[in-house]
Design a binder for this molecule. Sequence first.
Ligand SMILES: [Zn+2]
Length: 398
Amino acid sequence: MSSTESSHVFEPGAELARSSSPARILTLVHRHGSLSRAQLTKLTGLNRSTVGVLIAALVAHGLVFEAAPAGEAQVGRPSPEVHPNPAVAALAVNPEVDAVTIGLVGLGGRVLRKVRYPTQRIPTAAEAVNIAAAVIAGMRGELDAQYRVVGIGVAVPGLVTVADGVVRHAPHLDWNNEPVAQMMAEATGYRVRVANDASLAAEAEMTFGAATGIANLIYLNGGASGIGGGIVADGRLLTGVCGYAGEIGHTLVRSDGTSCHCGAFGCLETEVRQAPLLAALKLDAGDPAALARALSATNDPAVTSEVHRQVAYLATALRNVVNVFNPEAVVLDGFLAALYAAAPEQLLAAVTAQSMREPGAQVTIHPAALGADLMMVGAAELAFAQLLTDPAGFMEAH
Ligand SMILES: [Zn+2]
C-alpha cells in the first residue's frame, strides 16, 4: 500500500474535491444516506444528464439503487431517490482491553451486525486477530451469500503506522510493533487497513455524527484506559508524519501532576479519569450512559468536588487546543460526555474564560452522537475508503 493511497483515508474533503465524478456521487450518497437526482445535480455541479449517466453506472455496479421516496403520496410521478446499497459492506474490528468487537457495516454507514466478544484478560495481538477471524469465519456463509465485503478496517487504541498497518505502540493493550494488517489479512483473506481508534471516531463524527459538515473539530474520547483524541483541521484529519497526531490525552494540564505511562507527568489522561468518578459514586464499572445518569442523580459533595476538579483540568486541555486549532466544535465521547453533562456550563465557561477571546467565543461543545456504533462506523470507513475514491476501478479489481 503506497503512502499516497493511504492518504485518501484521512482526507474526505480533499478526496471529494479531486476525485472522479462517479466517486463524488457515490461518496455523497454514502454520507447522506439517500439523495434525489436534483440534489446530486446541485451538490456536484454537474449537469442533470451527466448525473443520470453516472447513477446508471453505479447502479450497474450494484453500488447504489433507486427507489421512490417514502412518505406521503405525491402528485404526478415522484422523482426517485438514490440510496447506497447496504449489501456492499465492510467489516470493522475494535480490540480493547476487555473485549474484541466485530461489526458489519453497510455502505451508507449503518451498523448491520455487531458482536462484542469479551476476553478474560487483555488480548495479545495474535489473540485479538484469532477472535476476529473466528467470528468472521462464523459469519462467512452469510457474508458470501448476501454481501460484497470490501475489506476490514481495524480501530486500535494506540499509535498506528497507517501506511503499513503496523501497531507501533498500544500502551493499554501492551502491543508493540505488531503487524496487525498483515496478520488479519492472512487470517481472513480480506484486505485490511488499521488506524488509531480516536482518529477514526473523529472522522465518523464528522461524516455521520454530531459534527456533520464541520471542518474544524476536536474529538476526545474518555475510556476505561485513557483519553484518545482526533483533530480535524480544515476538513482533514490531522495525521502527522505517521498517523500519530491527536494525542491530546498526553498534553500537560498540571505541572505538579502524577507520572504517566507515556513517560511524562501531569497529562490530561492522568488527571481526568473515569475510575475516581466511579469510586466517588461507588459504582464498579459503568457505561457512559449509566455514569451520566448516576452523576445527574447525586448531590454528594465528594462527587461534585471530583467533577469540578476534573472539569477544570479538561478545560485547561481544551483551552490549549482552542488556541492552537480554532475549532468550531469540541465533541466529547465516553465518560467525558458524562462529565460534560454533569457540569456543561462550568466547562464551557472555563474554556471560554481561559482561551483567547475570539477563538474562545467561537467554540461549541457537544456530546458525541454515534454512541456505541461510533467505532464500528469509523473502522468501516477505513475499509470503504478505496471504493469511495475509485468505485469503478475497485469493483473491476474485486
Ligand atoms: Zn501521558
